[in-house]
Write a protein that binds this ligand. Structure first.
Ligand code: PDD
Length: 285
């Protein structure tokens, strides 16, 4: 049984209760983070807490904890759970009012919730063959840079992929690549790694930052620029990145092979650099 944190208490997940008037339940009014933990060390914790702070500020939801308090709470949840590698989910909502009302409560008591699970990264067979993706129109709102729990559009877009036997939807807005339903997207053309610049239209992924750092460190040619839909469709390689998927090759798009239809050499190299970084830096702090 996993142990979670809810409003000051650590308790079994099955015993945690929140009000049906909680604004995250009624309005999707809250922020969240997913923090990967390797060998019980939360990875890039400061960056995750900073991103949470940015989301909370944009939602005009006062951050209930200092960065140091957040770090202690995340470490406590990790310590109370069994797995060496975990995926910590953290959520702050605007809490409950005494009735349903779109406008904010006069007094805001945020609901703070954290849970953890075993961190499941893609299995070897998936890394070997890559995964299938479909394309979809990005019909989300214009603040996709915020990590809010209002994820209905992302859920519909991921379900659209799953119903076609695919792992991810690759999203295009006005003819340009934005990201995946729950991942950032990189492509490779003529040996150059390409990814869109951070903007209001995509989530600033922590893994995205790591991949760009690894590219710079190892001298991999890369560009951060707007990417046309046609450039994705004719790319040599496509990868998705996230805290849980790490670097995962997409080998078919809308049923057509990407490049050779196998994970390409640049993605394999990036995956190896990522694993090396994980085992030497993330696991040892
Ligand atoms: N999602 N873009 C979207 C829309 C995402 O939901 C995510 C992650 C990412 C990648 O961000 P990061 O590298 O920081 O994990 C990009 C998490 C894992 C989730 O919602 O479960």
């Amino acid at each position: 049984m996993s142990i979670c944190y809810l409003d000051g208490q650590y308790l079994p997940l099955a015993e945690a209760r929140v009000s049906p008037l909680d604004r995250s339940f009624l309005f999707g009014d809250g922020a969240y983070e997913v923090i990967p933990v390797y060998s019980r060390r939360p990875f890039r914790l400061e960056e995750h807490i900073a991103r949470l702070g940015n989301t909370l500020a944009a939602l005009r939801l006062p951050d209930p904890h200092s960065a140091a308090q957040w770090a202690d709470m995340v470490r406590e949840v990790v310590a109370r759970n069994a797995w060496e590698d975990q995926s910590v989910y953290l959520q702050v909502s605007r809490g409950a009012d005494d009735k349903r009302n779109h406008a904010f409560p006069a007094v805001i008591r945020p609901t703070v919730f954290m849970m953890s699970d075993a961190l499941l990264t893609p299995p070897a067979a998936q890394l070997d063959s890559g995964v299938a993706a479909v394309s979809a129109a990005d019909f989300r709102w214009l603040r996709c840079d915020l990590k809010t729990v209002a994820l209905l559009a992302n859920c519909l877009l991921r379900q659209h992929a799953v119903e076609q036997g695919c792992a991810e939807s690759i999203l295009f807005r006005d003819g340009f690549l934005t990201e995946g339903a729950a991942s950032n997207i990189f492509i490779v053309r003529d040996g150059v790694m390409l990814t869109p610049p951070k903007s209001h239209l995509m989530l600033p992924g922590i893994t995205y930052d790591v991949v760009l750092e690894l590219a710079a460190r190892h001298g991999l040619p890369h560009e951060v620029r707007e990417i046309l839909e046609d450039e994705v469709r004719s790319a040599d390689e496509i990868w998705m990145t996230s805290s849980t998927k790490e670097v995962l090759a997409i080998t078919t798009l809308d049923g057509r092979p990407v490049g050779s239809g196998r994970p390409g050499p640049v993605g394999r190299q990036m995956h190896a650099w990522y694993q090396d970084f994980k085992n030497t830096v993330m696991r040892s702090g």
